[in-house]
Design a protein around this ligand. Structure first.
Ligand code: SAM
Length: 494
């Protein structure tokens, strides 16, 4: 064994000793400041700096990563810091291979639906902050939600992420629950919203239980930043100021019965390497405490918006670092889906799709009422969208690149959430389950909503992908169902 490897092993023993004897860092702790331990992050970043040019250490980490069981935040931080060009090429190639192995060539599509921009928080980077007097405040009525959902169904969407500011008077939990009920109830033509993910402020176990009972898919909450001091400065007023309450939200969500949770940081607020380590520590914490890691990780970057000047934030990351972050997350948590939104341009999305992204939004409006009121797009948008293409353009773009766009919601509707979803991934049944589901939902899109150009390339893509369903019986059932969809039947799933 080389000296370097001996040192790695020794370092791990020292870490274990520190944890066990001095109780320094405990991923199982339920206290935010302990499972996101500042010292542990700083130590990890120091370790990464010391080893960023160390070929032996990087090779050893890459070997471990090839087992596809993920990496610790410390090892992943070394890969993120790695400054050896050939090793970085290996990192990208491995991320791409892991993406292919776990997710194939499918990309799941969703759209955000903004319900209300009333907000009592003071987030300095968000135009919805309570002190912004220039942005018109809008809260959709149930009738308006219905109109928005019909517009989204007519585009072809099946999966939404609902968004709202935090305002207990204007947007109480009852409003959110009623809105979810409305959304699920609308069946317009062949349309249906089959999965509603929810991105609302941190709340109580009781409210999470209500969201769970309302049949939500993933509960998404971005940490914004894991750096406590920065967090408090960036959120000077309102309930969101409480770092611990915000950071411990996913534990309360899981206690309330939600087992698909989505993490994310807003890159640009603090130093990206700190955020990256914090994000992975959060994932390790969820796995350690609840036995299941995050269902998704989002990688938003700060965008220009009303009353927000991105130049006031000095930690912006460029496209190269963004791509490296995506690749290193893919390697560190192979079973976790990764989301990129229309905050990113077509070019930037194109670059990261093959490095690990599994879900994207398309045809999005980030304004309240933006799907039915074009003028609202500029007035009430949360941030400026970079990718402004229609859903059909996004579909054709994906198909042209040989990706299978998917509107599948089967896992969640079959109860394959949390660890049951992970089991499916681990059993490598994705090819016989997720691929046919993706192809069937693509077929629905092509028949019901696609432009003639998209339909033409989409049909060819389906034919090309059928042989990749390896199980003969599943392949035969798939063929029958594709014919049934052509003849008007809908909503099949494996
Ligand atoms: N009110 C909820 C909360 O506090 O988590 C929902 C959040 S908001 C509707 C969704 C996310 O948009 C935020 O968590 C934040 O990360 C992101 N966001 C806010 N301002 C942004 C900006 N200027 N550029 C990009 N993303 C932004």
């Amino acid at each position: 064994m080389s000296d370097t490897l001996k040192n790695i092993k020794l370092q791990h023993h020292i870490d274990l000793f520190k944890k066990e004897v001095w109780n320094m860092y405990d991923p199982k702790s339920l206290k935010a400041e302990e499972f996101i331990d500042n010292e542990e992050i700083l130590e990890s970043l120091k370790y990464a700096d010391e080893n960023k040019s160390n070929v032996e250490v990087i090779d050893a980490i890459l070997e471990k990563a090839k087992e596809r069981k993920g990496l610790s935040h410390r090892d992943a931080s070394v890969l993120l810091a790695c400054d050896i060009p050939e090793k970085n090429e290996e990192i990208y190639a491995l991320a791409e291979q892991i993406k292919k192995d776990f997710y194939g060539n499918r990309i799941v599509l969703f759209a955000p639906l903004y319900l209300s921009n009333y907000c009592i928080n003071g987030c300095t980077y968000c135009p919805y902050h309570g002190k912004n007097k220039t942005i018109p405040r809008v809260k959709l009525t149930q009738e308006q939600i219905k109109a928005e959902v019909i517009a989204l169904q007519d585009m072809g969407h099946k999966r939404l992420a609902i968004e709202a500011g935090e305002d207990p008077v204007n947007n109480p939990i009852e409003y959110i629950l009623e809105s979810i009920k409305t959304i699920y109830s609308i069946k317009h033509k062949n349309g249906a919203i089959r999965r509603v993910n929810v991105n609302i402020a941190a709340t109580t176990v009781e409210n999470y239980r209500k969201l769970h009972e309302a049949g939500i898919g993933t509960y998404i909450l971005f940490q914004e930043t894991y750096h406590k001091e920065s967090y408090e400065v960036l959120h000077p007023t309102g309930p969101k100021h409480d770092y611990a309450y915000h950071t411990e939200a996913m534990d309360r969500a899981m206690e309330g019965g939600i087992d698909d949770v989505g993490l994310g940081v807003l890159f640009g607020l603090d130093k990206y390497r700190y955020e990256f380590a914090g994000l992975l520590m959060h994932a390790e914490h969820l796995e350690a405490v609840h036995g299941v890691g995050p269902h998704t990780i989002s990688v938003p970057r700060l965008c220009p918006a009303d009353d927000i000047d991105v130049n006031d934030f000095s930690n912006a990351i460029d496209d190269d670092i963004f791509a490296k972050i995506v690749a290193c997350i893919r390697i560190a948590v192979p079973y976790t889906g990764m989301i990129v939104s229309t905050r990113e341009s077509q070019k930037s999305r194109e670059r990261v799709l093959h490095l690990g992204i599994s879900q994207i939004s398309g045809g999005s409006r980030t304004s309240v009422g933006g799907y039915t009121h074009e003028e609202r797009v500029d007035e009430t948008a949360q941030f400026d969208v970079s990718d402004t293409r229609t859903l059909d353009q996004v579909m054709k773009w994906l198909i042209d690149m040989d990706y299978v766009p998917s509107f599948c919601t089967a896992c969640y509707r079959e109860g394959r959430t949390g660890d049951r979803f992970m089991a499916l991934c681990k059993a490598k049944q994705i090819q016989n389950c997720c691929l046919p589901n993706a192809l069937m939902t693509l077929k629905e899109y092509l028949v019901d909503y696609a432009s003639p150009e998209t339909r033409e390339v989409g049909e060819k893509l389906i034919e090309k992908n059928i042989p990749d369903v390896t199980n003969e019986k599943a392949r035969a059932v798939l063929r029958d169902r594709l014919v049934a969809i052509e003849n008007g039947e809908r909503d099949f799933r494996f």
